[in-house]
Design a binder for this molecule. Structure first.
Ligand SMILES: Cc1cc2nc3c(=O)[nH]c(=O)nc-3n(C[C@H](O)[C@H](O)[C@H](O)COP(=O)(O)OP(=O)(O)OC[C@H]3O[C@@H](n4cnc5c(N)ncnc54)[C@H](O)[C@@H]3O)c2cc1C
Length: 287
């Protein structure tokens, strides 16, 4: 059933500190709303769990891109358009700028935030395989404390995260270590634009003397959460790219993923296409 907006409350505190105080108070529970591109769909469908929303969309403290020679830090309120247009992200983190460029429509990219993509925790989300491959770190803030955690530990299961009710995702930090790596990103959906992925891969690799010295493979829509294919990476580590290596990697990928049948695709199709994408990347890597 559709929701009646007059049954909902939206509060817009002026500062990040004031938002954190509201989240920590016993006036709630409050749901933070950033771009609203997930929450407005849920509201329209009558699926919004709480009646109270606290806006973080206007907070400049959460919308920034900061670089040092070693790191890139993105405020959680950074939009996909911000990501797409940033020259450092285009050169050093092309998996992320590609993911931003094929997320929804231009309207979605103008409003939707990286923080919302992460906290919404969809297994099909576009930017999350890239964050896994780059080994991103997340900074979480509350009125009580600030903590920094590896992004790889953020998701606990389908749409479940370690974020506490009084916490916000503040920022995402990536090390600028990947300029020498080959980058590979592909999203397979019903169409090239405006489609949620059936399966997606974001991967990085560096070769030395014909052997795979380092490889990182993030994937969407292959388990109940975005995943890093660590068993497949282990099979490929220090190997030349031969027919046997590719066969072993395809088998490892199949063993460590658990795709499902749903309205967008079938488990069988997802498993086959994911292995094909990995194979395509490995062929591209060949010296
Ligand atoms: C038409 C359409 C097409 C789309 N296409 C794609 C697509 O191709 N690929 C894709 O990945 N996604 C897609 N999406 C989903 C959506 O646009 C993204 O997930 C987007 O990143 C959500 O960001 P937001 O700022 O709008 O989140 P919101 O809707 O504001 O929030 C989403 C969730 O995150 C929480 N949240 C947001 N920011 C924070 C924070 N800083 N701290 C704590 N909690 C927070 C909210 O409480 C809520 O639970 C699409 C959505 C629509 C409506």
């Amino acid at each position: 059933m559709r929701s009646n907006p007059s049954h909902y409350e939206l509060t817009t505190p002026a500062t990040l500190e004031a938002v954190l105080d509201i989240l920590a108070s016993d006036l709630g529970p409050y749901t933070p709303i950033a771009g609203g591109t997930e929450l407005m769909v849920a509201l329209g469908a009558g699926r919004l769990a709480t009646r109270k929303l606290v806006s973080i969309n206007h907070l400049q403290e959460l919308r920034f891109i900061a670089t040092t020679p070693e790191t890139l830090t993105l405020g959680s309120g950074t939009t996909f358009t911000d990501l797409r247009k940033d020259p450092v992200i285009a050169t050093d983190f092309s998996l992320l700028s590609q993911a931003a460029s094929w997320t929804g429509s231009i309207a979605n990219q103008n409003r939707g935030t990286l923080g919302g993509n992460i906290v919404n925790a969809s297994p099909a989300a576009d930017s999350l395989p890239a964050l896994l491959a780059y080994e991103a770190e997340l900074t979480l803030v509350s009125a009580r404390a600030t903590r920094t955690i590896p992004y790889a530990g953020f998701h606990l299961g389908y749409k479940k995260t370690i974020l506490r009710p009084d916490e916000l995702l503040h920022s995402i930090t990536l090390k600028r270590d990947f300029r020498e790596y080959a980058h590979y990103a592909r999203k397979v959906g019903t169409r090239n634009a405006q489609a949620i992925s059936k399966v997606a891969i974001a991967a990085l690799a560096r070769l030395k003397d014909g052997l795979i010295q380092d490889i990182r493979i993030g994937a969407a829509s292959l388990r109940d959460r975005p995943i890093r294919l660590t068993a497949t990476e282990r099979v490929l580590q220090n190997q030349p790219i031969t027919r046997e290596t590719i066969a072993a990697a395809r088998a490892a990928l199949t063993s460590e993923t658990q795709p499902i049948d749903d309205i967008r695709s079938t488990a069988k199709y997802r498993a086959a296409v994911a292995a094909n994408l990995l194979e395509e990347f490995l062929h591209q890597l060949k010296p």
